[in-house]
Structures are given as structure tokens and as C-alpha cells.
Design a protein around this ligand. Sequence first.
Ligand code: BG6
Length: 480
Amino acid sequence: IPVQSFDLVLFGATGDLARRKILPSLFHRFQIGQFSDDCRIIGTSRSEMDRHGFQEMVADAIRTYGQPGETSDDEIAAFVDLLHYTAVNARGDNGWQALGDLLRDDAIRAFYLSVGPSLFPDIAGRLRSTGIATPDSRIVLEKPFGHDLASAQALNAALRANFEEHQIYRIDHYLGKETVQNLMALRFANSLFEPLWNSSHIDHVQITVAESIDVKGRGEYYDKSGAMRDMVQNHLMQLLCLTAMEPPARFTPNAVRDEKVKVIEALNPVAPDQIARGQYRGPEGDSYREHAGNPASTTESFIAMKVEVANWRWAGTPFYLRTGKCLRARESEIAVFFRDPPHNIFAEDTGTGGIKGNVLVIRLQPDEGITLRTTIKDPGPGGMRLTGANLDMTFADSLPEAGRPQDAYERLIMDVIRGNQTLFMRGDEVEAAWAWADPIIAGWTDHSNDTPQPYDPGSSGPEDALLLMHRDNRRWRGIG
Ligand code: BG6
């Protein structure tokens, strides 16, 4: 369904994220016919560039970063026809008038700030004071949304001085991933799982976002963040919220976000002994510290932790979170481990091999899909022997007619135009997540000798992460 006519102003239009993700995503939505004829994308940045130069840059970005095999030169040419460019100085007066003159009165105005957060207040203020932002305009912000509670509060205050909360779209691109949304469908559109979705039936949950890439090329940013700020406070927190939240009364943005905030507010503080931090240490030239350009860095490139959601539904069911760079494989999943049956007629000493346990795995990437591990009778001739078998639904195989799943950015940008905030973080949600993360981070930054444990590139993380589980008589699922 085509969206309403829009003028999308992209600040930071020549930057890395714009070229890799935002512009190719817009192109793919255009390609499938989601834009009405007169939609326009207006690139801005500090650099002087003419319209043609911008069009060339975008065409090149689409050829490099667009979906392989899905781009034709004709379509790219038609798309770049929608593009305009004007240089704007975010911190000065230059360019704002020209930008305002370019915008139409009868189209939705969306301002996408693909720039560092230090520019958010200036740009938001200028958009408002120049009258370029109307009461119906949307403003879209990229992460990181602050680096602690105080900075997130300051950003929220600066935004709210110029925009209403219903106009503010804080992106966490994990919320745009197909399987993440499927988690809500799985839980709330089926009657099968929800009766079991509590501590009486679920032993524990493992949330893993493993990455094989290192931090080369972005060490300067990463070294100030680490895995906790870069991934846990936002992406893993969102996965935890969607897994743990109560069913919202309605599928509306605020009903969903209210329930997520309640999960964050129910989190217990995490004690230092429930956390394992690691830093990859490869052969010369391939260590985190070299990639970060900081030989004494104590920033973690891996973190695992045990998190407790202290409410009626989850008391006694821990959530183990784990994420890191330079691991064996790129693999992200939520694994829900169910308790064994209350009475076990297939105990180990019955010669059956014992029950294998039910695990529901929601795979985010790669091979998005859902698997339910069950115990069945081994079909072989060996009598009553039990074996594990998967009920497997890989979306690409089960639903081939659905075609390529949308990239997270494609979905999220279109939601901005539609005015649907369900998959965006509300201000209080971001602040609640920082309020939880801050004391955890302070727990190690206050102890300067608390250096992360080294781990080998291509491994599944440091030893301490394994111990965290072993202490509880549990094991991580394998990576790769
Ligand atoms: C970003 C982080 O938000 O998410 C990166 O800053 C990380 O460090 C990336 O690599 C992971 O996203 P995805 O979609 O590739 O899992």
C-alpha cells in the first residue's frame, strides 16, 4: 500500500549509515511501489554538493549496498529523480532558509537525523525556530541515544522542547527485524505458548547476539561504548522486553511500550559476579586493543550476564544475555528452555536415553525462523529409545512466496511516514534502560583493575561466560 506523499529530509546524507542502510532501504521501498509519485528525499550535510553529485553518490550506494540482484539501472534512475540536495550547517544559520523553501506544505515532513547525538539538540531547535518543523512533522533519531541516564535525559529534554513525544521516533533497528516482530505474533496470536510462558514452565531464557565482525575501523566510537552500551542497553534489552512483557491490551504503540517499560522497571540490579566481560586478543595486529587504538583499553568486546525480571511471571526464571564481537559466527537468537515434565517416566536408568528437553528457538539471523526442540521416540529398531527432534520453520523455506524479508530499516522508515511508533523507543523506555545499565557499568568502571578477560577471536567468548552458566548447572547453546 503506498504511503502518503512525503518530504524526507536526511541529515548526514553523505555519511556511512545513510549510504549503507537508509538510502538503499528507501530505494527498495520505492521499487516495490510503496511511494506515491511525488515523494521526495532531500539530502543535507555540511558539504557543498549539487543535486547531480548527490544523485550520483546515491546511485553508487544502491549499487554497492542494495539487495544483490534486485536493482536495475532504470529503477535507480527513477529513484534518484526523487532526490534533492541542499547543504545545511547544523550549528549555524547557513542553509536553513533554502531547506525551508524546498519543502512542500501539503506533504508529510520527516526529518531523519543520521548524525551524532551531539547535533540532535541543535538540529531539533533550528527545525522548530525556523518554522520548518510543523506540528505534524516527524523527527527520527539514530542511536546511540545518550551514553548514560543523564545524557539521555538531556537529549530527551532538548527534543521535547521542540517536538511532542508523538513526533519523536527513536530508532532501535532490532525492533524492525522480522523475527523480533514475530515474537509478538508467536506469543499473542497463538494460544499454544502463552499459557506456558512463565516461570512454572520455563526454566530459563538465553538471548544471544553473536557477531563475527571485529571493531576495526570504528574503534574510536566502540572503545567509548563497549558491548554493554553498544548492544545490551538497547538491542538485547528490546529482545528481553518483547520476550518477557505482559500481553498488551491492544496492539497500539503506547500499549506495547507501556508493557516494555514495566519489564525494564522490574529488572533487578545485576551483581558483578553475575557478569562476564571479555576482550578479544588475537595474534599481533588482530587484538581488540589494536583495533581500538588504545593499548590499555579495558572496554569489553563481549559481555554475558544473568538478569532477573523480578515480577510474578518471571521470579525464578533467569534470562541470560550474551553478545560479543569476533566470535565464531554471526548468530542471534532467543532460546526459551522449558522445564522437564513434572513426572518423568523416561528417567536415565530406564534405558531410554532420557528426555531431551523442549527448547523454543527464535532465530533472528541468519536463517530467520523458529524451531521447537522436542523429544520423540527414535524411529530405529532399538525399542523405546528417545531422541531429540526439531519442529523447524525456516521462513525462507516455509513461506517462499513471501519473498525477501524487509530489511529492518525499510520497515522502520515506512512506519515513520505512516505515523506508527510501535517499533520505536519511547523516551521513558530509553531512560529506564539507562537507569538499569548505569550502575552495572559503574560496577566495573569504579574498579580500575576490573579488566575484561581475554578470549580468542573465532571462539564463543571468555571462560568466565561458561562459568556463569556452569554455576547454575546450565549450559549455553553453541555458537556456529
Ligand atoms: C549496531 C551496533 O547498533 O548494531 C553494531 O552499533 C552492531 O556494533 C550492529 O554490529 C548489529 O546489527 P545487525 O543488524 O548486523 O545485527
